[in-house]
Ligand binder design. Sequence first.
Ligand code: GLU
Length: 415
Amino acid sequence: MTRQTALSVAQEQLKLAVEKLELDPGIHKILKKPKRSLIVSVTIKMDDGTIGVFDGVRVQHWDVKGPFKGGIRYHPDLTIDDVTALAMWMTWKCAIADLPYGGAKGGICCNPKEMSQGELERLTRRYVSLIFEYLGPHRDIPAPDVYTNEQTMAWIMDTYSQLKGYSVPESVTGKPVEIGGSEGRVCATSLGLAFCAREAAKFLKLNMKNATVAVQGYGNVGYNAASIMHSLGCKVVAVSDSSGGIYCSDGIIPSAVYAHKKKTGSVVNHKNCANITNEELLQTKCDILIPAALQNQITKDNADKVKAKIVAEGANGPTTPEADKALHEKGTCLIPDILANSGGVTVSYFEWVQNLTREHWTLKEVNEKLENKITKSFYDVQKLSRKEESDMRTAALMLGVGRVAHAITTLGLWP
Ligand code: GLU
């Protein structure tokens, strides 16, 4: 099977937007590369007394509209190229959501499943100390991503604060609520995704009640997406994680599958369900498919087998450009990652604003603001896609890249 790298996908997407917008080739040259990439060696003492050395990175793509913003990912297969692509996507994502941020992404190449809490804490703190000078509430604000969570963000906040000498909750988002986190941040990506799917369903005259849903990935985004869709009356017929998936035509109860995963380590072998592969999950007969795992899942090799009417991308970069084309040609409505999963960074922005103003908003306030903001972005993209007669990916890229290019042109180059 051919696998494109995330960076080549991101570069191809940028080229498409640049061509469509007829941008200056100089602007294209600027946007192709990150402004700054920090490569660090994260050295820690392991529990058994040996020394562990891990590759860490923070890629800061562009920050013309405000401080860098983006998650921190812990994954054994992480490469600097992947992180560069993910940072680039954050730049477009923040621009589409109209947030005063630039895009960044960071990560450490490690297997968190094989590490103790103590090791993960030392790893996180050491990593923060190595990139400390380039972080800060007005420089670069990290957040959770694959295999990092609220606890990781608490360690980041504490390390940053200790090095500063005073408490700086606005230095990181996705923290636990007790230390300045926002209500609704944990579910924000999935809730935003559900709002987008709901709007897309209106266009297709698809009733969300009893619509069938398949979700790839059962981490924070996948699990909460399954739960929210279930609470909206959809029937979640298939879910998966890195070990495989399950299918049940009557629909699963997301919280029961979550409890099963907590107990056994995976969603597979759940009662009354058939075990399926991740590949089969993508090909499940359903109305809404939510890829919420990793990049490069829907490719030219399997796009024609996707049966869903709506694909809502919870993950970053799950679909390659060739697959985009194939899906568009057969009439699948694809809500692209930089729109569909922007609820996470949107509520991160709300958290940062609350921290800067020393306020705390209610869950109702947060969710209403999220709904208004993401619904507006959805229709901004939808309108442009109608005007351009393009798919929503192209329109979203045009909107995001166009706004950033405009900001660069307005600011000019120094000196
Ligand atoms: N990691 C998330 C994303 O890919 C959230 C980023 C943030 O909240 O800054 O959008």
